[in-house]
Design a binder for this molecule. Structure first.
Ligand SMILES: [Zn+2]
Length: 293
């Protein structure tokens, strides 16, 4: 099987090479390796040496959604600056095999819209049922990549408790506008979510004011109605997690956002919108730091 690089997206190797230039204030880590029929890639994570309440920036969970990973790679200089103002975790391409093959999920034998849908985003095995239960929503991880990703994130929570997390997606069926899943405490009142939606709007993409996502979740003024979707974002915002069968205090990120851009956007346009969003995040956190000082 060969990597396809249609629509201008960078090859996986080039994305990895780009982040290898982050410099000596950052530590690269391999979450695991992922492969299919002769294509094997590391799933990479990068953390600043500086520890503390952190910003997490993730992309490339769904293989056919290429804007986020390319925008992160093209924003290296801004990201380096971000790492100087707040401890930062980067997860620039979480499903490299899917990205290289333009397939949504990992663990598929062939492309399918409706197949098993195993995803590195499946965090049910680390999330509890209900407010006091000590049983996970699912006993075992859906796939090896999801297991390794959960373990990696949990290993970071002690030294890098997530304060704000951003996850870049695109809804390939959506034509009207952009919207956000807000998992943090403030849900649809999250100020940073509104500020970043404004950045998207200023970049020329309308915000979806009503209607529903392709999965049927209702949208109001750009915000998806709250759902426990057992995603990585859900895990980052969770008050409690399940780890190795034990209920523990969760990372409880104050702001945990998954953005969706309309999927049919031109490649360059989509990447530029997410570049603006990354810059917007940097500006918000820089201002926040300046007011604190
Ligand atoms: Zn997605």
């Amino acid at each position: 099987m060969r990597e396809i690089c249609r629509d201008g997206r960078m090859p996986v190797g080039e994305i990895n090479r780009t982040f290898s230039k982050l410099g000596n204030l950052w530590i690269p880590e391999v979450i695991t390796f992922s492969g299919i029929k002769g294509l094997v890639f590391p799933i990479m994570s990068y953390k600043t040496i500086q520890q503390g309440e952190a910003a997490f920036v993730a992309a490339g969970i769904h293989g056919e959604e290429e804007f986020g990973s390319n925008a992160m790679a093209e924003s290296l200089e801004v990201i380096k600056e971000l790492g100087k103002i707040i401890p930062t975790i980067l997860l620039p391409l979480l499903n490299p095999v899917g990205y290289a093959t333009n397939w949504r999920y990992v663990g598929q034998r062939e492309y399918s819209e409706t197949g098993e849908g195993l995803s590195i985003n499946d965090m049910e095995h680390n999330l509890p049922f209900g407010r006091i239960g000590s049983r996970a929503r699912r006993k075992l991880a859906s796939c090896r990549e999801a297991y390794c990703c959960g373990e990696h994130l949990i290993s970071l929570f002690h030294n890098y408790p997530p304060r704000i997390t951003i996850d870049l997606h695109q809804d390939i069926k959506e034509e009207d506008g952009a919207y956000v899943y807000s998992h943090g405490k403030e849900r649809e009142n999250d100020k940073i979510a509104s500020q970043l939606l404004e950045v998207i709007q200023r970049s020329g993409i309308p915000i979806k004011m009503s209607g529903a996502t392709r999965w049927g979740e209702k949208i109001k003024k750009g915000f998806v109605e709250f759902v426990n979707d057992s995603s990585i974002d859900d895990l980052l915002a969770a008050e409690a997690i399940i780890h190795k069968g034990v209920r523990k205090r969760g990372p409880n990120a104050r702001t945990a956002l998954a953005f969706e851009l309309p999927g049919k956007l031109d490649f360059r346009k989509g990447v530029n919108v997410y570049r603006n969003l990354i810059y917007g995040l940097y500006e918000i956190l820089r201002e926040e730091r300046e007011t604190k000082q």
